[in-house]
Design a protein around this ligand. Sequence first.
Ligand SMILES: Cc1ncc(C[n+]2csc(CCOP(=O)(O)OP(=O)(O)O)c2C)c(N)n1
Length: 654
Amino acid sequence: MSVSNKEMANAIRALSIDAVEAAKSGHVGLPLGMADAATVLFTKFLKHNPADPDWADRDRFVLSAGHGSMLIYSLLHLTGYDSVSRDDIRNFRQVGASTPGHPENFVTKGVETTTGPLGQGIATAVGMAMAERHLNARFGDDLVNHKTYVLAGDGCLMEGVSQEAITLAGHMKLSNLIVLFDDNAVTIDGGTDMADNTDQCARFEASDWATKRVDGHDPADVEAALAWAQTQDKPVMLAVKTIIGYGAKRAGTGPAHGGPYGEEEVATVRESIGWPHAPFDIPSDIEAAWAEAGTRSKADYDAWTSHANASPHKATFDNALGDALPANLSDVVNAHKKSVVEGGKDDATRKWSGAVLEKLTEAIPEMVGGSADLTGSNNTKTAQTAPMTTSNWSGRYVHYGIREHGMAAAMNGMSLHGGIVPYSGTFLVFADYSRGAIRIGALMGERVIHVMTHDSIGLGEDGPTHQPVEHVASLRAMPNMMVFRPCDGVETAECWETALRNTTGPSTMALTRQKVKSARTVHTDKNLSAKGGYVLSDADGAQAVIIATGSEVEIAMAAQTELAAKGIPVRVVSMPCMDLFEQQSESYQQETLGGSLPRIAVEAGVRFGWDRWIGYDGGFVGMNSFGASAPYQELYAKFGITADAVVAEVEKRV
Ligand SMILES: Cc1ncc(C[n+]2csc(CCOP(=O)(O)OP(=O)(O)O)c2C)c(N)n1
């Protein structure tokens, strides 16, 4: 006798209530409600191979409503992923188990992206779907032809980032993207009507999606809708009507959302779904039906493998999906550095970034750039990167529109998908807008490069709304984020190379709007910025050390000259990446910073974070307020970020 969709779904329900009860925490309402629809998706549509979770052409499934993590853990376990054992489910949310509170892709194979902060998943999925189309254009149907499925809840759709994601996906006509909206009309506080009255179908349709309302507890209806979704020429949103906490007395109400239901309610659920089995126990026929469902893509997998192996593009494809960079990358960067030194020109570091990007995007076909409507200001577009559009998916430049948060999330998705090294631009001050996605990218360890120009009061007339003050410090505070603030053309090239080689996390390039004086006037093939900080200009018998970053290196150098005239020799250290400097040996750090010599830092931002290097008694020349609107030279004078101020700080200490 064959096992029904309902029985298979009940296995998800049972594992989810048992796990949440055992952990005494977790959100069980969603898995109880979405079990029927998710079973249809995983048994009839999702192309995947539990035996090879990294299969390049698998469909991606993103649980955007990450709090419902027991849904995905149950699905992975039941379909045969080694990554989630029955014991891992018994130990839901415990140390050492592959079943953390919210899905973490770096912990659990089969989890495509880390979710939990509502809205991130759907926005990340847009990047995955764009990556799929781009790589399809590059490598063809034989190698890349898959879908991205998203399960999003009311919470995901209320978050602002979802609007950016939905409108971008609609604009890009991502017909490979299918969202199942868990339309249960309940969040934590209660019914959604307390806070929102949006007609979600109308909202998605307004952004050129195809939508359909579906009864989430009728497998035939879900199956028909998912079949219909495959045939659309635009992204699809299925509003899957479900009852949160299906089977419980509290079903359909706020308290159904989460927390352990307690013995009595668990008994009610078991009874109403007809599940008399012991906790964590699954009857063998249901187990077998799930195991068989886990092999549903075997034929596709085998066919793909033989096509792929026969494809003339296979080696390039594998290379693109790996993290490898071209063997000649250092040569490319060194040739560029040499030409910068020989040119003897002064320019803004954003311009230098644009110049080195011309060479990098030529050498690295996986680089896909973009900007949130500031292309000309961010200097992120190169001759190599034609716009990515619905009629030219092979393009390598995304006009993200004014969607900083969606852009950062989409870049995470591209990087997770593989085959793309994403970078994009906006003004540094707007890092705050994209912070949710930047942070998840750092947590996941994705190589995503955020070009953030206009990095201080040095942007001038646009004023304090646009002038970052605390941003460099706050991004430095983020674990696993490399913040680069190069001082000239040579350092900018070195920082780009270092960021590209950093395959285990994101980087931020903080770049000036204004022209800066070149500090590196002698060529060396050595990447001096790679250690984060280095002696830029030494002096015999130095009595103090001035540490500077970016545009303030020029001020440090001027102070050094002034002090020399006064008979006070000082060393200047350039510190383009404090995070990398922190990773060096203590002896290198001490040697570079001159041991016990007094230290003075100069940076057009807040002091926060600098005390570690200059000491509580060190000197700091920077900002301790918001900026102002005026020509930048006047602002540097107004806020006292000058060579004279640095000189005074040194003189106080020698
Ligand atoms: C950005 C963000 N804000 C708040 C939360 C806390 N939170 C977790 S689940 C949830 C409610 C989600 O409601 P819904 O998406 O309808 O999920 P359901 O109640 O259907 O499980 C909230 C507010 C979060 N995880 N992320």
